[in-house]
Design a protein around this ligand. Structure first.
Ligand code: AP5
Ligand code: MG
Length: 214
């Protein structure tokens, strides 16, 4: 099964992806994680993406589309994939449709996690991510063993783009460029809206129910 997770920054896409990849037995393709890895490795792609990401803006479509198209054709995606953070614009969604069609596939399920803007700043200010295993924590809502250390022993980091001013930009970009995707996928009859409030486990229950997963 192929699943696409959409939702505002901090909606819980990465948090839910951890459970979904296990249930789907499919890889998570997170464009945010891929771009951060490229940035850390100092590649040309990483350097290109850096300024956009720090400003809370979207990396240009052609850069991200190329990255995902290549990843989708890796052997581990043959049985399905979980997209997290892509597509994020209508042109990206159209490019994905075209790419899948070339291989006789089409978008099956799009889960939109809905969280009001007021909750986002608090979620992202308290987020800590493990630099070793990528596990996502929250200092208050899902506390790590210690504020600086993951359960795997790795050091926890506060993402550069999780500063309040950048969060506000990311939210604006989301409303302007990404939220129209809900209507795009609604027209295709593949959209499932899920409330993102409550504990992460409760959101997981709603998503699994929508997708018929156990
Ligand atoms: P990306 O990494 O995709 O960031 P994002 O979409 O802004 O989303 P986040 O990763 O911040 O949030 P999330 O929904 O994964 O929430 P999480 O589970 O961590 O993209 C970063 C940047 O890369 C973009 O700004 C752009 O520049 C670039 N980029 C990426 N993809 C692109 C694309 N396709 N095109 C162009 N540019 C692209 O949860 C957040 C926090 O809340 C955590 O602390 C978590 O513990 C907590 N939490 C989760 N669920 C709950 C809950 N139910 N209750 C309370 N707390 C919760
Ligand atoms: Mg994420």
């Amino acid at each position: 099964m192929d699943v696409i997770l959409i939702g505002p920054p901090g909606a819980g896409k990465g948090t839910q992806a951890r459970w979904l990849v296990e249930a789907l037995r499919a890889p998570q393709i997170s464009t945010g994680d891929m771009l951060r890895a490229a940035r850390k490795a100092g590649t040309e792609l990483g350097r290109k993406a850096d300024t956009f990401m720090n400003a809370g803006k979207l990396v240009p479509d052609e850069v991200v589309v190329g990255l995902v198209a290549e990843r989708l054709h890796a052997p581990d995606c043959a049985g399905g994939f979980l997209l997290d953070g892509f597509p994020r614009t209508i042109p990206q969604a159209q490019a994905l449709d075209a790419e899948l069609a070339r291989h006789g596939r089409k978008v099956q399920s799009v889960v939109a996690i809905e969280v009001p803007d007021e909750a986002i700043v608090r979620r992202l200010s308290g987020r800590r991510t493990c630099g070793t295993c990528n596990r996502i924590w929250h200092l208050e809502f899902d506390p790590p063993p210690s504020p600086a250390t993951c359960s795997c022993g790795g050091a926890l980091v506060h993402r550069d783009d999780d500063k309040e001013a950048t969060i506000r930009n990311r939210l604006k970009v989301y409303h302007d460029q990404t939220s129209p995707l809900a209507e795009y996928y609604e027209r295709q009859g593949v959209l499932r809206r899920v409330a993102g409030d409550g504990k992460p486990e409760e959101v997981r229950g709603r998503i699994f129910k929508e997708l018929g997963l156990r």
